[in-house]
Design a binder for this molecule. Structure first.
Ligand code: SF4
Ligand code: SF4
Length: 223
């Protein structure tokens, strides 16, 4: 899932200090799971903003809501009246949801309430680890199910850089060397011979070097 963290309150206050009718829109998707932008976080932010406005002696109205997914226009359409009645909107969705809300309500000021980081797993509550960089052409079949693009600090694709120490990455001693992990996994699978196979240059056209990407699935699209 997409992982995000709440923005510092001071940063959000700076965005909205000159507005008085604020709508906070959380998302019930990924940001709820990582406890950055669901209803609970929307309520906490709403309370903090009310306190700020009250202490500053400013008239205000702060409303919190969430939608099932901010990356779907059907759900965004459902908050039309709330958005129209607000001076400014704070979106607690990931960067995708924030931008889709902005596109749907183009005339409305929308601020981000979270920082979006990466696609990762829930290692434990409050610890999220990156696993996929969305390259668009998955190579996990040949790397023992461990992604060197997301997990090797140098994105090495044809083996380790040679700098690892006791299985730790030379760039960051707190993380395992991805290629060490790949070697260990392939050894368990009895597939170490994969490391001797020539590695052809990866086709990066499916990554994002060509700008924002679009997926068109004709099998899913209606005429
Ligand atoms: S190879 Fe690409 S698609 Fe597969 S996990 Fe790594 S970044 Fe994601
Ligand atoms: S030590 Fe391992 S994970 Fe770190 S940069 Fe080198 S190959 Fe990549």
């Amino acid at each position: 899932m997409i992982k995000a963290t709440p923005k510092p309150l001071e940063e959000i206050i700076d965005y909205v200090k000159d507005f008085s009718n604020i709508l906070i829109v959380g998302c019930d998707g990924c940001v709820t799971v990582c406890e950055a932008g669901g209803m609970k976080e929307a309520k906490i932010l709403g309370s903090a903003l009310r306190l700020y406005y009250t202490q500053a002696g400013k008239d205000h109205e702060v409303i919190e809501t969430t939608v099932t997914r901010q990356c779907d226009k059907e759900y965004l359409a459902g908050i039309k009246d709330l958005v129209e009645n607000a001076d400014a909107v704070i979106s607690l969705a990931c960067g995708c949801g924030i931008q889709y809300l902005t596109e749907m309500y183009y005339h409305k000021i929308v601020f981000p309430g979270v920082n979006t980081h990466f696609m990762g797993i829930n290692a434990e509550r409050g610890r999220y680890e990156e696993r996929c960089a969305g390259c668009g052409q998955c190579i996990l079949a040949s790397t023992g199910g461990i992604c060197p693009i997301a997990r090797c600090s140098k994105r090495m694709l044809n083996g380790p850089c040679g700098g690892s120490d006791n299985g730790k990455c030379e760039v960051n001693k707190d993380i395992p060397c991805a290629w060490h992990l790949i070697y260990e996994r392939l050894e368990i699978l009895g597939q170490l011979n994969r490391l001797e196979e020539p590695v052809s240059a990866k086709d990066w056209r499916t990554s994002r070097d060509g700008g924002p990407r679009v997926i068109i699935r004709d099998d899913l699209r209606k005429d």
